[in-house]
Design a protein around this ligand. Sequence first.
Ligand SMILES: Nc1nc2c(ncn2[C@@H]2O[C@H](COP(=O)(O)OP(=O)(O)O)[C@@H](O)[C@H]2O)c(=O)[nH]1
Ligand SMILES: [Mg+2]
Length: 358
Amino acid sequence: MFSFFKKKSAPPATPASSEAPAADTVSSAELIPDTSLPPEIPSEAAVAPTTPAPLKKMSWTERLKAGLSKTRDKLGKSLAGLFGGGKIDEDLYDELETVLLTADMGVDATLHLLKDVRERVSLKGLKDATELKGALKDSLNGLIGPLEQPLDVAGRKPYVIMMAGVNGAGKTTSIGKLAKYFQSQGKSVLLAAGDTFRAAAREQLIAWGERNNVTVITQLGGDSAAVCFDAIKAAQARGIDIVLADTAGRLPTQLHLMEEIKKVKRVIQKALPEAPHEVMLVLDANIGQNAINQVKVFDEALGLTGLILTKLDGTAKGGVIAAIAKQNPVPLRFIGVGEGIDDLRPFSARDYVDALFD
Ligand SMILES: Nc1nc2c(ncn2[C@@H]2O[C@H](COP(=O)(O)OP(=O)(O)O)[C@@H](O)[C@H]2O)c(=O)[nH]1
Ligand SMILES: [Mg+2]
């Protein structure tokens, strides 16, 4: 019931030219309850708890395993052949190289893992191929372990999380899931509908907010930076713990849009100098190796502090985590393995490796 959107009554208080939002953006604008929601918003289904019942009953470990089944099938089946028996020799290492590359780990991570596995094998004097699995798991854990740095939102209020990423990566859906996740930890949450390019994105967030008693700050036809600015001011006024700011999707090659999102970040800083506390890039795991380029470009533009990797359930390219760890190790805060509300969880390297191999 606490979903609001701002009537476009005041002139845009904003940043477009001056980057200096009026101090009274929030108070001078009228906040009115949104009654104009269409009865059904298809995209919203993404964040609604529509997961089929049997899946709901699964534990996170089971869901993670189910979610990673495509990657595991590809990796696991090939590895099962390798680990089946016989001697550890050069042919085996050659095959292992191919398998790792096929799981989208990329050349750098693959070479790193091979070298590390060889060292473990010689250190422990391993001879039999069946013993290789443990060595590979340890190597992989060593490589991706540093990405495991859970988000710590304590001590700063509001804690501002800004989302970035290409269209369809899962930004808005992840915001819905994260809002629920933080609420379950007793935190209050406010959403900024910063994707002002698409009406559907705004509606997706408003509808989600209504269902879950979360305030959504939005402007009809507004400017993304202004919406985020308003949201932070509203969160401060209301003593809210966490602000989740959505932004429109953009490709790293769309330079004007990359400039626009830099501006969003600068205006957030104007609202609260220490914010955004977290700049999170949302990546669709299906893009495989392209993820590396996206991390690089968004990092250069915004200074990323965290990643969310979504849709691990729909892809056999789960190995991309190893590539990120090797080439651009931005902390992987959360991974998504489905469309259900509980299908986004903090990344655990060990759980991930276990789900891949066991
Ligand atoms: N299977 C699956 N689908 C996801 C996941 N995360 C998001 N999606 C879907 O991806 C689509 C695009 O998500 P959306 O949040 O609108 O992307 P945005 O454009 O980045 O905001 C929606 O249909 C989501 O349900 C995930 O972890 N697994
Ligand atoms: Mg969106």
